[in-house]
Write a protein of this length. Structure first.
Length: 100
């Protein structure tokens, strides 16, 4: 199942499907277009529907955080998949997930 993103609330984006190297470019563009609709706020990113994610998912979270910082906004992430938390820990990026 390809990765999808949609507005699921006023300031919430929900993700679903598989986030991998094939789906990342389209997902990145879609999420950034949604984030750009309301700069300067705190967005919630809900990953509850994500079936599978690899290192590119971690890279996307870092990229979206930087993107929002450039707009004086921020991001919080809900329902982070366990494999993504483990990967962040191995890469020494677990602090980033807490800051997100």
């Amino acid at each position: 199942m390809r990765a999808q993103a949609w507005l699921s609330g006023r300031q919430e984006i929900s993700l679903s499907g598989e986030i991998d190297f094939d789906s990342a470019p389209a997902l990145d563009g879609l999420v950034k277009s949604l984030l750009a609709q309301a700069p300067g706020i705190t967005w919630t990113l809900n990953m509850d529907g994500v079936l599978r994610v690899n290192s590119v998912g971690l890279a996307l979270l870092v990229e979206w955080k930087r993107f929002l910082e450039g707009q004086q906004g921020s991001i919080q992430v809900l329902e982070i998949p366990a494999e993504l938390v483990d990967l962040a820990r191995v890469c020494g990026l677990d602090e980033i997930l807490r800051v997100l």
